[in-house]
Design a protein around this ligand. Structure first.
Ligand code: PNW
Length: 448
């Protein structure tokens, strides 16, 4: 029979999930409420390390305003939402005593997400390490694996009856490199190559232990992790630039990914891994995950630069489009990455766990935000995912970073990634054009 509808065909499958990601520290505020303990980001902020002098003390006040935020997600037609649990709310000292009020908050949050018909996806660690654990050596200390597994067990015990998707770490590479190598994130250390790899390795170990703890606690959960994958290329054909790009790719992308997927560390890093990997570690690290979250923002263009970590520095990206973070806009990098991943790892299930852009938004006199650049950014990246799907890539969903403008780590409140604007004086939420575009795209099942 001839079709009576003139609507163009969907390009994303009916069961493809759409939504947003967030992180506890970036949106919740209420940093001293209900028995929450301090985290490394509170200390980093207290040391004056946030560029615009702001803090996350209030942030989006999501801790109190989550019903309104979930209503915004529901209105846009979200089918999934990834959020993180604040370790310092749940176990304020990092190990030992559990804070019931902290768990109660996530209990309410999860119930509200489910009531809106949205699939909750919980991430255990999005950077807010309890300060007492940092005082005990943080990720430099192998013993942290025990504490993390214990925390994972506590969280799953309370929420695992309603949350089916559990993620361990968000972007262990950024924690290791920015937090322990280049000193622009908490805890703010410059440990050198060996220290950076130690921190990566201990996160991998902790993650492996947490997977097994969660499995033992409850069956039937979908377990996964979230990697920030940014394909690294060399600025030039010069052999030293090429070698720098390979080393950087190994540290940034391969250690987290090959750790969990293959129980392997890249050969090219062997000199620095000397003495870090102990017998049995690689078996502990490898785990058959159900779902991999991929965060994508841009490619990385590297060159040989002595004196920088792994003698790798930033090269010329040869790009004409940039976001407000000064990151190049390279949607083809996402397409290439998904195809390469399919080929190298046998096409396991993945989803885009974060993708988005900060721009200097303007509020018009009638209170609107016409963020055309963000719409173009998202459109081009969702289209890249669509092309990868058409090539057979096993992509299950797309989550935008982020629903709300929020506390952008060392950049503070000045960089806005939301599809909804937050007025930090009134805490009013203002959906931007990109919010309406995203809702339309979700409804249509294709890029509009
Ligand atoms: C991610 N880089 O961080 C984080 O998961 C979010 O919490 C953050 O707000 C978002 O992306 C935007 O920055 C990144 O150096 C940090 O390429 C650094 C990089 C990429 C992502």
């Amino acid at each position: 029979a001839p079709s009576v509808s003139a609507a163009p065909a969907r390009t994303f499958p009916e069961d493809f999930f759409w939504g947003a990601s967030s992180a506890a520290y970036q949106i919740e505020g209420a940093t001293e409420a209900d028995g929450r303990g301090p985290s490394v980001w509170d200390s980093f902020t207290a040391r004056g390390r946030i560029k615009d002098g702001s803090s996350a003390r209030v942030a989006c006040d999501h801790y109190h305003r989550y019903p309104e935020d979930i209503a915004l997600m529901k209105q846009a037609g979200f089918s999934a939402y990834r959020f993180s649990l604040a370790w310092p709310r749940i176990i304020p000292a990092g190990r030992g005593a559990v804070n019931p009020a902290g768990l109660d908050f996530y209990d309410r949050l999860v119930d509200a997400i489910l009531a809106a018909g949205i699939r909750p996806m919980a991430c255990l660690f999005h950077w807010d390490l309890p300060q007492p654990l940092e005082d005990a050596g943080g990720w430099r200390n192998r013993a942290i694996a025990d504490a993390f597994a214990e925390y994972a067990r506590v969280a799953v015990r309370r929420l695992g009856d309603r949350v089916g998707d559990w993620f361990t770490l968000n972007e262990p590479n950024v924690v290791a490199i920015n937090g322990h190598g280049t000193d622009d994130h908490a805890p703010g250390l410059r440990l050198g190559e060996k220290g950076v790899l130690t921190v990566l390795h201990h996160q991998n170990l902790a993650q492996g232990d947490a997977f097994r703890a969660m499995r033992a606690e409850r069956s039937g959960l979908r377990l996964g992790t979230v990697c920030n994958l940014q394909p690294a290329r060399a600025e030039s054909d010069r052999p030293d630039d090429q070698a720098a790009a390979i080393r950087w790719d190994a540290v940034w992308n391969r250690v987290p990914l090959d750790g969990v997927m293959r129980g392997a560390v890249p050969d090219v890093l062997a000199p620095w891994f000397e003495g870090i990997v102990q017998p049995g570690d690689l078996d502990r690290i490898r785990f058959p995950i159900d779902l991999l979250g991929i965060n994508y923002y841009s490619r990385m263009t590297m060159k040989h630069e002595p004196g920088r970590l792994f003698d790798a520095g930033w090269g010329d990206a040869h790009c004409q489009r940039w976001t407000g973070m000064g990151w190049p806009v390279q949607p083809d990098g996402l397409y290439d990455l998904l195809l390469e991943f399919k080929q190298l790892y046998g096409n396991p299930a993945v989803f885009i766990a974060e993708n988005g852009a900060a721009y200097d938004d303007v509020v018009t006199p009638d209170g609107k935000v016409h963020d055309a650049e963000r719409v173009a950014f998202l459109r081009d990246h969702v289209a890249a995912v669509g092309r990868a799907l058409a090539e057979g890539c096993n992509v299950k969903g797309y989550l935008v970073w982020s629903l709300l403008d929020n506390f952008e780590w060392a950049e503070g409140l000045s960089k806005r990634f939301g599809i909804v604007r937050v007025d930090y004086d009134t805490l009013q939420r203002i959906p931007k054009d990109s919010y309406h575009w995203f809702a339309e795209t979700i409804r249509a099942g294709r890029v509009v």
